[in-house]
Design a protein around this ligand. Structure first.
Ligand SMILES: Cc1ncc(COP(=O)(O)O)c(C=O)c1O
Length: 451
């Protein structure tokens, strides 16, 4: 009789060959197989190394500014409760990744992978970028560690995220505009992969989300999972319990995987929000989990937007960072396992939410993040007042100010019916922790969480 393999907990995926259920894997040309094996070997070693996590932890604390705060969003809560009966309207908390150095969660992964690249003796870094946040984060990590840096970016994104193009150049990176296809993130990723095939000996490709062939989805998730570990510890302190729901936007899926992972084995409702664009018609949105089907894109099997011949379809979103036809394989697995709900919101709803957060909280969010806010506002209206919703505020919106102004027709209307409000002070169960929260199993963990 053969012994049955014990089932993995959801948090324990992927399997050693990089599978999340049927999803994931490494569908790559021969030239990349050795590089991916080297990366998987190095990462396997590094993952067990306290020294690596303590080096990265020090950077997270002193360079990124971790832990990022969990902010009690009383103004947004009051906004959601307008015209509701007294029992409904959950309370909002914002996980402030917008306050991380460079203004988004992308720095967590960029620093982790740049450090990994130095351990592999690679001197050059390449990256793809859509919104430019991953490009800026990578250029920053390369400046900090003395690595050469080339960033591929679709020509349409170069136009709509100009501020970040200049930032990358100032940080010493070369920005290479990509004119093929829809001139957005998918095309930039194609070019980065092509570059890597010819340069793999001395170049590491810092992929910007939980996408791509094994071992990238697991590596990126692990570096981003600091968001969820901090949120869990902060929720227990500030709410006295785990949150009822956690909401995050999903492009490739790295900020969502980063905050969801710590809660995946718990009884917490997890909601990923995709870009619903202009409509549900193919080419008009970027919502592969909601409207796509399984297929291979950029080296892994996952939900993808494709036509009847299996060709990757064009997508659209007002937000460059969500304008991608694929999604990380772990999200596909979580969707099919029924563990995470996925929804989508339209461009117009996201732009509304962008202004709502700016006006109720004084925080201008990224357009990507605004998708999570728009959906969370709907969710809060169905949940009781005692419920707590954490929104992952994945990035700040400075980069989007020009584009939102253009989409609003060149004019921002004044706020209507603004009422001065006395912010309510909520009782804290305990004080905020001061240190960053290292991964479980690390010898630093106990100390830091209780610091
Ligand atoms: C602020 C921000 N949030 C979210 C995303 C979407 O990426 P992901 O789904 O990997 O978090 C991006 C991508 O550029 C971003 O800049």
């Amino acid at each position: 009789m053969t012994e049955e393999t014990p089932a993995l907990k959801l948090s324990e995926y992927p399997t050693p060959d990089g599978r999340f259920g049927q999803f994931g894997g490494a569908y790559v040309p021969e030239t990349l197989v050795a590089a991916l094996e080297q990366l998987a070997d190095t990462y396997r070693r590094v993952r067990e190394s306290d020294q690596f996590w303590s080096e990265l932890g020090e950077l997270f604390r002193t360079y990124v500014g971790r832990p990022t705060p969990l902010y009690d969003a009383d103004g947004l809560t009051r906004h959601a409760r307008r015209n509701l009966d007294g029992k409904l309207g959950a309370h909002f908390w914002l996980k402030r990744e917008d306050l991380a150095h460079t203004g988004a969660h992308k720095i967590n992964n960029a620093l982790g992978q740049a450090l990994l690249a130095t351990k592999m003796g690679k001197s050059r870094i390449i990256a793809e970028t859509g919104a430019g946040q991953h490009g800026v984060a990578t250029a920053t990590a390369c400046a900090q560690m003395g690595l050469e840096c080339d960033v591929y970016m679709g020509a349409e994104d170069v136009r709509r995220q100009r501020l970040n193009v200049v930032r990358m150049q100032m940080l010493g990176a070369r920005v290479i505009p990509v004119d093929s296809g829809s001139r957005t993130l998918k095309d930039a990723t194609n070019e980065a992969m092509r570059d890597w095939m010819g340069s793999v000996e001395h170049t590491h490709y810092i992929i910007g989300s939980v996408v791509g062939p094994h071992p990238f989805p697991a590596i990126v998730r692990d570096f981003q999972s600091v968001i969820g570990r901090e949120t869990k510890a902060q929720s227990l302190r500030n709410m006295g319990s785990l949150p009822d729901a956690v909401v995050a936007c999903v492009g490739g899926g790295s900020n969502a995987a980063g905050i969801f992972h710590a809660f995946i084995d718990d009884k917490v409702r997890l909601v990923g929000v995709e870009a619903g664009g202009r409509s549900n018609a193919i080419g008009e949105h970027a919502a592969p989990l909601s409207l796509g089907s399984p297929g291979v894109l950029h080296g892994s099997l996952s939900y993808v937007m494709q036509d009847e011949n299996g060709q990757t379809a064009d997508v659209h979103s007002c937000s460059a960072g969500l304008d991608y036809p694929g999604v990380g394989p772990e999200h596909s697995f979580w969707k099919d396992a029924g563990r995470v709900e996925y929804a989508s919101v339209t461009d117009a709803e996201a732009i509304d939410a962008f202004l709502v957060l700016a006006r109720t909280e004084g925080i201008i969010p990224a357009l990507e993040t605004s998708h999570a806010i728009a959906h969370a506002l709907k969710l809060a209206r169905e949940l009781p007042r005692e419920a707590n919703i954490v929104i992952n505020l994945s990035g700040r919106g400075d980069k989007d100010v020009e584009e939102v102004l253009r989409l609003l027709g060149g004019e921002v209307k004044p706020a209507e019916g603004r009422v001065r409000h006395q912010r309510q002070k909520r009782e804290r169960k305990k004080d905020e922790p001061r240190g960053y929260v290292p991964p479980s199993g690390s010898s630093e963990e106990e100390d830091r969480v209780t610091e």
